[in-house]
Design a protein around this ligand. Sequence first.
Ligand code: 93A
Length: 538
Amino acid sequence: MVKRALLSVSDKTGIVDFARGLKQLDIEIISTGGTARMLRDAGIETIDVSEITGFPEMMGGRVKTLHPKIHGGLLCLRENPEHVSDAEDLSIELIDMVAVNLYPFEITISRKGVNLEEAIENIDIGGPSMLRSAAKNYKSVTVLSDPQDYGHILKELRSSGVVSQESRERMAVKAFRHTANYDSTIDTYLSRTLLGEDTLRLNFTGGRELRYGENWHQEALFFSQPEIEGPALANCRQLHGKELSYNNYVDGDNALQTVKELGHEKPAVCIVKHNNPCGLATGNTLLQALQAAWDGDPISAFGSIICTNVAMDLESAKFLKGKFVEIIIAPEFKHDALDFLKSKSKNLRLLELPSFNESFDAEFTYKYITGGMLKQSRNIGLYEKWECVTETEYPEEKRGLSEFCIAACKCTKSNAVNLSWEYEDGCYMMLAMGAGQPNRVDSIRKLCATKARENLKEIYDREQPEMDFEEYCNNILSECVLASDAFFPFDDSIIHAAENNIKYIVSPGGSIRDNEVIDTANRLGVSLVFTGMRHFLH
Ligand code: 93A
């Protein structure tokens, strides 16, 4: 039974309607200064906290509710006779519900030019104390720390006369989480302002057990960040298939981030294996992009994760018939495509992300190392400048393909190089990539060049052009762009690229041997652009 409720809110959203609803249920209302004024203005009867405590709100409001008459009323265990007799002896009346939201500390410190005094005055003490007292006693007391909850609590009260145990438990956890985050924000601000130190506390909730970790003998959990909205893997709706595994989360995130790098002007597809894009393409249709991405590495695509920025349609779904894929991520699945894919396999995970093409506003990325955590701002942008450093001009028509190539490099483990081809007007595909090599030259010589020929052989055999394979390869490679995620420390990479008839290269530049690299490019007729932006990914 809820007989008395204490309302004390800084954010007064919805409080009048909530109070009116409580009154209609004959619940007595106690409230603090500003809240009481607002309720009275709306014609709602309320008792002042000062009337209960016998003390006026004092010291500019620093002490209002910090009193045994309030905290005794909240903390008293109803089923404990000693508690009840203490309350009776000391004339403490029980309080069954609190609705409190706190002084806006976070908003205050985010205002430009705020000083320490203002920040400190916005540290709420009485509010968190009430939230914690009420939350500790959730067996008897309902605690509301969020105006969003007023509606459903009133509904429960109206329909059953009580707040269910389940709701009280949920709201208690929510209140403790809220005060923990509030204190964490104060800690971060004061550590910086008073001690000159940065602190890091990440708020991840809802830990869900996964079947296993990166390997079968490892235990694993997935936590999500509740405040992250928009196109994040954690916000996908799973429409079908087995539960996501640890590796699925890692690879799925890479696939999503990679496609997002390509924008949404054209259908784009990324195929990921072991946290690297092994297929990547744009096309005039999804099917075209999918075919081109698949052609980027048909061998690795086995057991991969596929991500696209457009709705999955039936013809693209049919393309995947007989091909083993772990996950498909898309903004939408057309009904017929969904039915087809569901019948293809009971395990295939289908993840829908309607907010796919919205912007993603997380500011930082984090990486755990043993005993420490690294935090950095997200890697945003592709290049800082566009400077052709060779005698041979770098044609402006190669800009779009080059951007595609840099985007691919950016999402590939270092040392990364990427070789891409404009296989049709304005449509790009990754022809080969070199990933995760401890030196750059092997990425080009041993991986990129060999793989490009291998992939081209498959396309050649399928399309049967009227020229011999060597000529076909050389023609295509001479039109491709090769991007490197970091500078070339020596000119050997340029030599190997030229040996393979590659003529357009993009690199951040910035090596002490840049001049040597440029001289070699000039000698071999390669045009080279420096972008000024490195894209290491570890
Ligand atoms: O200054 S406080 O830390 N001291 C208190 O005793 C106290 N009691 C409630 N702040 C206190 N509050 C806070 O006042 C509540 O958490 C709420 O944010 C605010 C509501 O004040 P008013 O009703 O006067 O607008």
